[in-house]
Design a protein. Structure first.
Length: 326
């Protein structure tokens, strides 16, 4: 881009930082380049100088100076038609502000050193820059089910805030070894990350531990397969890493198919099963109108577990924790 342009902040971008506003339109720009343009006064907001961390208001006028050209895309980063079709096949709900996917088990949400295929990459099926949806929360790689994204910065921020403020009602289904007694309750057990890299796990910890974080999980037993296994509804009231998996192991009923948070009994019963944890239902306020009630059908991995123990999804009430929870 070789000319100076004037652009306006979209209504869905109200409150976004100036540097992020630039990155969403021109992803090839790095933070140092944006900082230099702002510091030298080449970037201006409503006619005045602005810092990269300035929060923008809807309708603000941005002076955009000539920018470096983006490098040509690398072929390996481009989605082929089959990948685009696969990404689109995951859609549970889509409107002008919200995208909801049924994330498969085994697909990471974001990339890493050894992870090249992930949800974040597949979002290129919707476009780049402002057209690219943004994650509002996360799911573990091997957890299937409802994954919510915002289709504008403003929508993503409102959805993420609902999760952060515990205003989203989340219901997971899990198959566990044995069955809890009592069959319903609240696990209020702080967790702390221990270990490094692939060996990192979250474990119960005392709140005096500087790494400990408060963690609460509601659970309700939906059905039992004798003394061997139980089907539970789980609701994380906090959003700690691996919270549900660590909490179930801590009370002696680890989730089946979990190679990391397991005991001898769950390992024996899990033969041939993948992680039996599914983000089944989510109730969350729409960014601009009403409420979204989202459900994901059982994944093939969960269907295998249900078939093994004789469970049918029709046994479960829509709201196992009641409708009065906030």
């Amino acid at each position: 881009m070789n000319e100076v342009r004037t652009l306006f902040v979209d209504a869905g971008e109200d409150g976004v930082r100036l540097d992020r506003w630039f990155k969403r339109r021109w992803p090839h720009l790095n933070h140092i380049q944006i900082q230099k343009l702002a510091r030298s006064g080449q970037i201006r907001v409503d006619g005045g100088r602005a810092r990269p961390d300035t929060r923008l208001a809807a309708g603000a006028q941005i002076r955009v100076p000539p920018l470096p050209q983006a490098p040509p895309p690398r072929d390996r980063d481009q989605l082929d038609p089959r990948e685009i079709a696969f990404a689109r096949s995951l859609v549970l709900h889509e409107d002008d502000e919200v995208l909801v996917l049924n994330k498969p088990s085994g697909l990471a949400v974001q990339g890493g050193t050894k992870t090249t295929n992930h949800v974040d990459r597949l979002l290129s099926a919707w476009g780049e820059g402002l057209e690219r949806p943004r994650l509002a929360h996360r799911l573990d790689r091997d957890t299937s089910g409802v994954l919510v994204l915002g289709k504008s910065p403003g929508a993503a921020a409102k959805l993420a805030a609902a999760f952060a403020k515990r205003q989203a009602r989340k219901t997971y289904w899990a198959l566990v070894v044995g069955f809890p007694k009592p069959g319903a309750g609240l696990i209020d057990l702080p967790l702390a990350k221990k270990g490094v890299g692939d060996r990192e796990m979250v474990r119960p910890a005392d709140l005096s531990d500087p790494k400990a974080e408060a963690a609460q999980t509601e659970f309700v037993t939906i059905s039992r397969a004798g003394d061997r296994a139980a089907w539970l509804a789980l609701s994380p009231l906090t959003g700690r890493t691996h919270q549900l998996r660590a909490h179930m192991l801590a009370i002696g009923h680890p989730i089946l198919g979990d190679p990391k948070y397991a005991n001898e009994a769950s390992n024996a019963l899990s033969l041939g099963l993948k992680l039996q944890l599914h983000a089944r239902r989510l109730v969350i306020a729409h960014p601009s109108r009403g409420q979204l009630v989202l459900e994901a059908p059982l994944s093939p991995e969960m269907r295998a577990g249900f078939a093994r123990f004789g469970f049918t999804e029709h046994e479960a009430p829509a709201e196992p924790f009641g409708r009065s929870r906030g």
